[in-house]
Design a protein around this ligand. Sequence first.
Ligand code: FES
Length: 62
Amino acid sequence: MYVCLCHGISDKKIKKLVIEEGVQDMRTIRKCTSLGSQCGKCVKQAKEIVYESQQQLFKQAC
Ligand code: FES
């Protein structure tokens, strides 16, 4: 599913950045992808996906 329509960034891309690439925060995701740099409507949903991905990582570690 696309999260950021302006830049064509999907939830899979965000999850991959957090889970596989070790990105820890929205600032880095925004720098890497330009997410939120146009209309900004995607930022809230992207934050939720980052949080969920971090929770998933935490569960895998325990
Ligand atoms: S939907 Fe992401 S900047 Fe517009």
